[in-house]
Design a protein around this ligand. Structure first.
Ligand SMILES: Nc1ncnc2c1ncn2[C@@H]1O[C@H](COP(=O)(O)OP(=O)(O)OP(=O)(O)O)[C@@H](O)[C@H]1O
Ligand SMILES: CC(C)(CO)[C@@H](O)C(=O)NCCC(=O)O
Ligand SMILES: [K+]
Length: 262
């Protein structure tokens, strides 16, 4: 058996790694390679930046035929960055039209992975350290997007920029809109206003592309779905799907047996 591949996505809070079987990249006539992702995943890991040593310890003894890294934290180097089989994917590598050069590679890859898997047009909402919306039209062109502070970041901002407000986490169930104590007031303000704002974006998108799917990913995606945000699917693996789709598109353009004979 070929050694597995390692996919690494470096976000602003956590480093996420997926180990999957090499067979993902074997030639097949349609997009079924991607549909089989769930069966090919050997392991997934997510560690905050400060605990990167634990990730290293977990996988340092394994050998990988291919390593792919996408990062939105340029100064964070890992032991995998400099290996000969490592490829760093940037936004410029992602085969979608109209991407701008400073756009995060996580957004470009998640949108590409979502579009290739669920079809275009597509709206991707990534609820992580930041919340991003990334909208791709039927011609695989960026329509546009938005960036705002993520759920945890909003609580952290209120706490660090005021004298009296505590550091809180988001409530499990949707709080009553009109609060009569500090903690609920903070929670209700952040949660309801985020939900209403995101819903307005989703409604606007659906009015232009009624057939489009709306996909959510990122650490808080499940929470937003529980609160009733009208998304179609939560998919935690969009960025990894984007990496696999990227390799797939390279293989289709440069099949290995042809390259070997040139
Ligand atoms: N174990 C965890 N550690 C940190 N955040 C978590 C965890 N579980 C859920 N979360 C939530 O996930 C959010 C961070 O999301 P995520 O881990 O996707 O961010 P990230 O790694 O910084 O990615 P990005 O940079 O793409 O936003 C926080 O708002 C937090 O509420
Ligand atoms: C917005 C974040 C922080 C989300 O992870 C990342 O995608 C990023 O640093 N983006 C650069 C700016 C942009 O996407 O327009
Ligand atoms: K993100």
């Amino acid at each position: 058996m070929n050694s597995p591949i390692l996919l690494i996505a470096i976000g602003n809070t956590r480093i996420k790694a997926m180990i999957c079987a090499q067979e993902l990249f074997e030639d097949c006539p349609d997009r079924s390679f991607n549909h089989s992702l769930n069966h090919q995943i050997i392991a997934t890991h997510a560690y905050p930046h400060a605990q990167i040593d634990q990730l290293i310890e977990r996988i340092q003894d394994q050998s990988f035929s291919l390593i792919t890294i996408a990062s939105v934290v340029p100064n964070l180097q890992t032991p995998w960055h400099d290996l000969p089989q490592t490829q760093i994917i940037t936004t410029a590598d992602v085969p979608l039209d109209g991407l701008y050069s400073s756009m995060g590679s996580d957004r470009a890859l998640a949108a590409f992975g979502a579009g290739e898997f669920y079809g275009y047009p597509i709206l991707v909402i990534d609820a992580g350290t930041a919340i991003t919306l990334t909208a791709i039209d039927p011609h695989k062109k960026l329509m546009g997007g938005a960036i705002m502070a993520g759920l945890r970041s909003q609580f952290a901002m209120l706490h660090s920029n005021t004298a009296a407000l505590p550091m809180l986490t988001a409530p499990d169930s949707l709080p009553h809109r009109w609060a009569i104590n500090t903690n609920t007031a903070m929670q209700t303000g952040i949660v309801h206003i985020l939900l209403m704002g995101l819903q307005a974006y989703i409604d606007d998108w659906r009015s232009q592309f009624p057939e489009s799917k709306v996909i959510m990913t990122g650490g808080d995606a499940d929470q937003f779905q529980k609160w009733g945000l009208a998304i179609d699917i939560v998919d935690p693996n969009l960025i990894f799907r984007g990496m696999i789709s990227f390799h797939r598109s390279c293989l289709l353009r440069f099949p290995p047996d042809r390259a070997a004979h040139q």
